[in-house]
Design a protein. Structure first.
Length: 423
């Protein structure tokens, strides 16, 4: 969300942001509605003043003047009531459109229409060369009886999975490994519920446009969120923090749910695109300062790089272009890990800087050293999302007999095991 004053004063920049992010939004209509709201406020204030003046005169007026003053007061009151209805309608229409206004992307962000125009900025690690015919992750799982897909689909529907034995331990190990790293970097570990109220999803920007991706529990008026960012972003909603409280680092661990609407027929095999998963999310609240925000954005990306490096996964970093970065992002990077069976890199981490776009939606502010109240900046990045990262993990570390090598840094979280195999 952008401030209406900013939109008024920077209309061309906001229109350009819509164009760059491929968002069809009529900024001129927003400006017209804003003018109408301002005009109605002025008229309402004038009518209220007129009504108050007439009401004050009534007790002091003569018997002859009183009926006229009463009539004037009633007429002003009736006009005011009608104008309040108009004001509420126009204000509501403006508010709905303001939710859709995009953040201005960084001048450093590449311009493009979709993910095909993202820019590779780093390539790390060598893709494996196998002396045997490698299996894909589903074949590895089934060979070792590490997952079940068909029976669980009958019970839970499509895009469901059930991990077994060593894979359950691997999933837990990956999250513990990531959490220990984040704890050492000063993050507060937080377990968040999957449930969230509607305002929290508006707060992150998942609503109103992403409602088709979220499971709704109408009887409770709650939603199942797709990331702990939803809850973490609203924890301080409505608060005025002290500058000394910042930055705040959260590592949110939670079950996540996504409907994957519109993805039917895509990535239907195995663990890549599922409805339920576990994620440890990095989330930062910092001062309203571009340099500060850039510093933490870099740190978040480097932390996720450390994780995939220590998991010994070949990866690349792409900077997302304006058309792929999302409505609220200023700048965004993806880490994509190599998937041998597909001979391509797949996104495992998404690192975003949003400046004050989210904090204006949640009204999260702080008082700076000079006593001024400002909106905070927010940033987020994946630490580990399972089972998605299990796909490149299994495929890159597979051995000829179907067992899987455990990277050295992960072994302490798997009781020292060097090889995962069916027991």
């Amino acid at each position: 969300m952008l401030d209406t004053k900013f939109i008024r004063e920077n209309a061309d920049a906001v229109k350009k942001a819509c164009q760059l992010k491929c968002i069809d939004l009529d900024i001129d209509k927003i400006l017209d509605l804003d003018k109408e709201v301002t005009a109605l406020k002025t008229q309402m204030q004038e009518l209220q003043t007129k009504k108050n003046a007439a009401s004050k005169q009534i007790p002091k007026a003569s018997a002859e003047e009183r009926p006229k003053l009463i009539e004037e007061s009633k007429k002003a009151g009736a006009e005011l009531d009608k104008m309040k209805e108009d004001f509420t309608k126009v204000e509501s229409e403006l508010a709905e459109l303001l939710w859709l206004v995009p953040q201005i992307p960084s001048d450093k962000a590449p311009v493009g229409k979709d993910d095909s125009e993202n820019v590779e900025v780093k390539l790390h690690g060598e893709v494996p060369s196998f002396s045997f015919e490698p299996l894909d992750h589903v074949d590895i799982l089934e060979k070792n009886e590490w997952a079940e897909f068909e029976k669980v689909a009958k019970v839970c529907g499509s895009r469901s999975y059930s991990l077994r034995n060593e894979m359950v331990l691997l999933e837990m190990a990956l999250h513990r490994f990531a959490m220990d790293k984040l704890r050492k970097k000063g993050f507060t570990l937080v377990s968040t519920p999957a449930l969230a109220r509607e305002h929290a999803l508006y707060g992150t920007g998942h609503f109103p446009t992403g409602k088709d991706q979220v499971y709704h529990l109408p009887e409770d008026d709650l939603y199942l969120s797709g990331t702990a960012e939803v809850q973490l972003n609203s924890f301080h909603g409505g608060e005025i923090l002290s500058e000394s409280d910042l930055p705040i680092f959260y590592a949110g661990y939670s079950p996540c749910f996504r409907r994957e609407a519109g993805s039917y027929g895509r990535d239907v095999r195995g663990l890549i695109r599922v409805h339920q998963f576990q994620k440890t999310e990095q989330y930062i609240i910092c001062k309203n300062d571009i340099g500060e925000s850039e510093k933490w954005h870099k740190m978040l990306l480097e932390t996720s790089e450390e994780i995939v490096q220590e998991l010994e996964l070949p990866y690349r970093i792409v900077e997302c272009c304006t058309g792929d970065m999302g409505t609220g992002k200023v700048r965004m990077y993806d880490i994509e890990c190599w998937v041998p069976s597909e001979q391509k890199y797949r996104e495992t981490h998404s690192c975003s800087a949003l400046h004050d776009w989210q904090s204006r939606r949640t009204n999260t502010r702080y008082r700076d050293s000079e006593g001024n109240v400002q909106y905070v900046h927010t940033l987020n990045n994946t630490a580990v999302a399972t089972p998605r990262i299990i796909v490149p993990f299994l495929e890159n570390h597979q051995l000829e007999d179907g067992s899987v090598k455990v990277p050295e840094k992960l072994r302490p979280y798997l009781s020292g095991l060097e090889i995962l195999k069916k027991i």
